[in-house]
Design a protein around this ligand. Structure first.
Ligand SMILES: Cc1cc2nc3c(=O)[nH]c(=O)nc-3n(C[C@H](O)[C@H](O)[C@H](O)COP(=O)(O)OP(=O)(O)OC[C@H]3O[C@@H](n4cnc5c(N)ncnc54)[C@H](O)[C@@H]3O)c2cc1C
Ligand code: FES
Length: 275
């Protein structure tokens, strides 16, 4: 069936059931959507804000039994500001879930999250942590203490001793960026898998470190998205379309886009711009 005819691509309207402030710039929004409630960590949805825009967002939490879905959204521009201004009961539109997901590795894993990038990783942690074989270490970074997200939940799921934090202004944890923090953790411990999500330059640095040490990586990439189903071409990186072939890419795939990944992306006119 053509991608645009699938059930996932059909726009469904739903109402915001709850809105929670997580930080001065981030809120989580919960709503009912039967299809996205089946999503796996790493997948994303397209959220339509009536009269404003439709934007891609990673699925932060999905509960199939209750049909509930949450997204964690950082206020950065017009659409995300409009969403932050919404109230419980307001109408939104949903397409999805789209894209692939992180593999569920229950060995020794390191999760590296920068800023809002920790949101899909927390969804992954929730799935992996219940396994007795799982040992999860987290390196999380943000500009400042108030923007360090979901620390309490991460501590609860992974154990406080396994959660390392960095802030750029030094207001919490070490005064550093997440990629440097990850480098220190990687130098001290051996991991089977590293998952990364956040600013692409951070992901690239983590990937380069892992390549040096022979550790396999999976990373979630962001590109501009319009259709979300592999048709419009706005999310291209190398031979891949991030919406269809990603957003999660493994080390093997990342090696093939090394000339672009962490260096270049395209704007809505298709022009190459520095990441
Ligand atoms: C697969 C994927 C998952 C994402 N998950 C999250 C998430 O969980 N939480 C979150 O807060 N943000 C997430 N984003 C980023 C989010 O889509 C943008 O912040 C949002 O679209 C910005 O819209 P705006 O109108 O508020 O800002 P604008 O002022 O329009 O844009 C601000 C910046 O956001 C990015 N952006 C704008 N439009 C798009 C678009 N259509 N597609 C991709 N990026 C865009 C651009 O880098 C732009 O410079 C994700 C993006 C992708 C591609
Ligand atoms: S967003 Fe259209 S091809 Fe990916």
């Amino acid at each position: 069936m053509s991608a645009w005819l699938t059930k996932a691509n059909k726009l469904r309207t739903t109402r915001l059931l709850s809105i929670k402030t997580e930080s001065p710039t981030v809120k989580t929004f919960t709503f009912k959507d039967r299809l996205c409630a089946k999503a796996k960590p790493g997948q994303f949805l397209m959220l339509w804000i009536p009269g404003v825009d439709e934007i891609p967002l990673s699925i932060f939490h999905a509960n199939e039994r209750e049909g509930l879905v949450s997204v964690a959204v950082k206020k950065v521009g017009e659409a995300t500001q409009a969403l932050h201004d919404k109230k419980t009961g307001d109408l939104i539109g949903i397409r999805g879930p789209f894209g692939n997901n992180f593999t569920l590795n229950t060995g020794r894993t390191l999760m590296v999250g920068g800023g809002i990038g920790i949101a899909p990783l927390l969804f992954l942690v929730k799935k992996v942590a219940p396994s007795k074989k799982a040992k999860i270490v987290v390196a999380v970074g943000a500009k400042t203490r108030s923007e360090l997200l979901f620390l309490k939940k991460l501590n609860e799921l992974c154990g406080e001793a396994n959660v390392f934090a960095a802030t750029e202004d030094g207001s919490y944890g070490v005064k550093d960026v997440a990629s440097n923090l990850a480098e220190k953790v990687l130098a001290e411990e051996k991991f089977d898998m590293v998952y990364a999500c956040g600013p692409e330059q951070m992901i690239r640095k983590v990937f380069d470190q892992c390549e040096k040490r022979g550790v396999f990586t999976e990373a979630s990439l962001e590109r501009l998205m319009r259709c979300a189903i592999g048709i419009c071409g706005s999310c291209i990186i190398g031979k891949y379309r991030v919406c269809r072939d990603g957003p999660v890419f493994n080390a093997e795939q990342l090696r093939t886009v090394k000339d672009e990944f962490g260096l270049w992306k395209r704007d809505f006119d298709g022009k190459r711009i520095r990441v």
